[in-house]
Design a protein around this ligand. Structure first.
Ligand code: UD1
Ligand code: UDP
Length: 355
């Protein structure tokens, strides 16, 4: 079987690598297409090395741009690659512009279009990701649902054919990372002036929180007021905004604004944090998987199960809600099994093999 994988942003390297391992184990041909949507070393190259992803076959180097221009450049290039490679299937991941571009290119040609992380919904159509998910799901042949609720969401939109419950491939990834991240292996934690269990880890990169300066200022100020130190590996999108608005100059010494870190270091930070405050989709799930309470800096989430279980709180950019959620203590309820058994990648490849 010949499979083409398309990816190009940080979370997609992480969703990709468990699938690459299974493709290799089952001796399938794996053609890798990196759109280059993310191009800074800290958002892309670092993962290729660390996660042992095989050499990329096509590097499209599309870089940043408006949604239409960026998606269009990818679409044209991917179409040419599919024509040339004639794969049996194309796998796309998540909800980025790279996902949508590859989906459109594939759906009009003959390979099977397989969508990893299908059926998740925030029900907020102002998010570009929500539109990317909906459009991709409606043209996919194989829809890999990470959680039960994704299947219900798809049913509500009339999609029942080709849906496969796989579990979450990010759970596969974190099982692997856990083996490397031990107490004797401090990584980034050795370089920061914070103690395990006594800092808040934060990430912010959604346009809603970065483009709106007032929201961004409220989030940073409220985190900084909290008694524990804060570690913030900042995506370039938010770092640019923080600097442009001069917010960095107002942060205390206990607020550690650092470069984005590699996956293993991020897992170390997630596991070591007293709490996570984030607007990332992936980090919400990973916090849950590592049993670190999460405060989500959004009004809604695709991962309702983490909220319903008591391990995640939705606070938006509301100062009072952020304060309360950061200080909330007490025993957490036992975690329900939401994200599967760590064998999502096997099911993803298996469904194509069964084709
Ligand atoms: C993208 C995804 C988002 C995902 C995120 C993961 C879309 C619509 N958004 O958001 O779903 O959560 O990736 O991190 O696909 N930039 C750099 N260096 C880079 C890449 C980006 O400096 O390597 C800066 C540029 O100023 C760029 C901005 O970040 O304009 C936004 O990049 P873009 O890829 O459009 O979206 P993300 O915010 O990264
Ligand atoms: N991540 C990382 N280093 C960082 C921040 C995040 O490796 O400095 C990883 C994190 O473990 C998760 C993924 O990046 O797997 C999440 O990416 P991001 O928050 O950019 O995107 P989203 O999940 O919101 O689409």
């Amino acid at each position: 079987m010949k499979v083409l994988n398309v990816f190009g942003t940080r979370p997609q390297y992480i969703k990709l690598f468990p699938v690459c391992r299974v493709l290799k184990k089952n001796r399938h041909e794996n053609v890798l297409v990196d759109t280059g949507q993310h191009y800074d070393e800290t958002l892309s190259g670092v993962f290729l090395d660390e996660l042992d992803i095989p050499a990329v076959d096509y590097d499209l180097d599309v870089r940043s741009g408006s949604h239409g221009a960026q998606t269009g450049r990818m679409l044209a290039a991917i179409e040419g690659i599919i024509d040339e490679e004639e794969p049996d299937a194309v796998i796309v991941y998540g909800d980025t512009n790279s996902t949508l571009a590859a989906a459109i290119a594939t759906a009009k040609l003959s390979p099977t279009l397989a969508h990893v992380e299908s059926g998740t919904r925030s029900y907020n159509r102002r998010m570009p990701e929500e539109l990317n998910r909906i459009m991709t799901d409606h043209i996919s042949d194989l829809l890999y649902a990470p959680i039960d609720r994704a299947i219900e969401n798809l049913e509500r939109e009339g999609i029942t054919e080709g849906v496969v419950l796989t579990g979450d491939v990010m759970f596969d990834a974190i099982q692997w990372a856990r083996e490397y991240v031990t107490e004797t292996n401090g990584g980034v934690l050795d370089e920061l002036p914070v103690d395990p269990g006594e800092f808040v880890l934060t990430t912010v990169h959604r346009p809603r929180n970065t483009d709106d300066g007032e929201r961004l200022r409220t989030i940073l100020e409220t985190l900084d007021e909290h008694p524990l130190p804060v570690v913030f590996p900042a995506h370039p999108r938010v770092r640019n905004r923080i600097e442009a608005l001069g917010l960095d100059e107002r942060l205390s010494e206990d607020f550690h604004l650092i470069e984005p870190v590699g996956y293993l270091d991020f897992v170390r930070l997630l596991a070591g944090a007293e709490r996570v405050a984030t607007d990332s989709g992936g980090a919400q799930k990973e916090a849950f998987m590592l049993e670190t309470p999460c405060v989500t800096l959004r009004e809604e989430t695709e991962w309702d199960g983490t909220v319903e279980s008591g391990w995640n709180r939705l606070v938006g950019a509301d100062r009072e809600l952020i304060r309360e959620a950061l200080s909330e203590n007490g025993d957490r309820p036992p975690q329900p099994d939401i994200f599967g058994d760590g064998r999502a990648a096997e099911r993803i490849v298996g469904a194509i093999e069964d084709g």
